[in-house]
Ligand binder design. Structure first.
Ligand code: DGL
Length: 247
């Protein structure tokens, strides 16, 4: 099976990493729209327009499935993308919420959703989580993490003070949804801030659970061929990808 992975930049590699760990696909075609990252500050029409251009890119490959490894795209563009493609497309929000449901049985748990401005404003996570009966939800925009990750600053002072800036007034969460695929790359620092107690929901692990349990994709390939494409500076993207995928 050949799968396409689409993100605005480097964040989708956190999903690729999980897919590689489970050997679910024979080939992964990655496309990062590095010329226009971040998407999380853009409005709905722009996010949909960029996502349709990604569909045009993937139409050059014979893919069996497209995963939009970007929460921002998943929040706004899936129906329009599906109407323009001949292959199935899945996003990362529904799978993330399902992963939360599997892990957090107590509906009074304090759930923190962190994501880009656009994802939080879409209200998609908050609505889906509320529908499951959880009633303590904090949802905050933490878009500054995106350029920090794009710069490859996976730890250090800048990251630590940004974490402190965003989290200092929060009630301590029981679970954190990393509602942006860039964030797993800094999850160890977030974990350290909270003394490792919260359960972290990670789009990559959640999508693997969804593929295996809901779509019944359970193939195991000995090797996965990974091809990386970008709308700008593909060498820079490959370098960051290798640093992350090697860890
Ligand atoms: N990685 C993307 C997400 O999951 C978006 C980051 C951005 O482009 O702002 O939302």
């Amino acid at each position: 099976m050949r799968v396409g992975i689409f993100d605005s930049g480097v964040g989708g590699f956190s999903v690729v990493k999980s897919l590689l760990e489970h050997n679910l696909f024979e080939e992964i075609i990655y496309y990062g729209d590095t010329a226009r990252v971040p998407y999380g500050t853009k409005d709905e029409n722009t996010i949909i327009r960029y996502s349709l251009e990604a569909i045009e890119f993937f139409n050059n490959f014979d893919i069996d499935l497209l995963i939009t490894a970007c929460n921002t795209v998943s929040a706004y563009a899936l129906p329009t993308m599906r109407s323009k493609s001949s292959y199935p497309i899945i996003g990362v929000i529904t799978s993330g919420v399902k992963a939360l449901e599997n892990r957090m049985l107590n509906k009074d748990s304090n759930i923190l959703v962190i994501a880009t401005k656009s994802t939080i404003l879409s209200n998609r996570y908050q609505k889906e989580i509320k529908l499951l009966g959880y009633n303590n939800i904090q949802a905050i925009q933490t878009g500054l993490f995106v350029p920090i990750v794009e710069e490859g600053l996976f730890d250090g002072d800048i990251l630590d003070s940004t974490i402190n800036y965003y989290f200092k007034d929060l009630k301590k969460p029981d679970a954190i949804i990393l509602g942006c695929t860039h964030f797993p790359l800094i999850s160890h620092s977030i974990n350290n801030y909270f003394n490792k107690t919260p359960i972290m929901i990670h789009s990559g692990e959640a999508i693997v659970e969804y593929l295996e349990n809901n779509l019944k994709i359970k193939n195991r390939f000995d090797n996965t061929n990974l091809k990386i494409y970008a709308s700008d500076n593909v060498d820079g993207l490959r370098k960051i990808a290798m640093k992350w995928l090697d860890n």
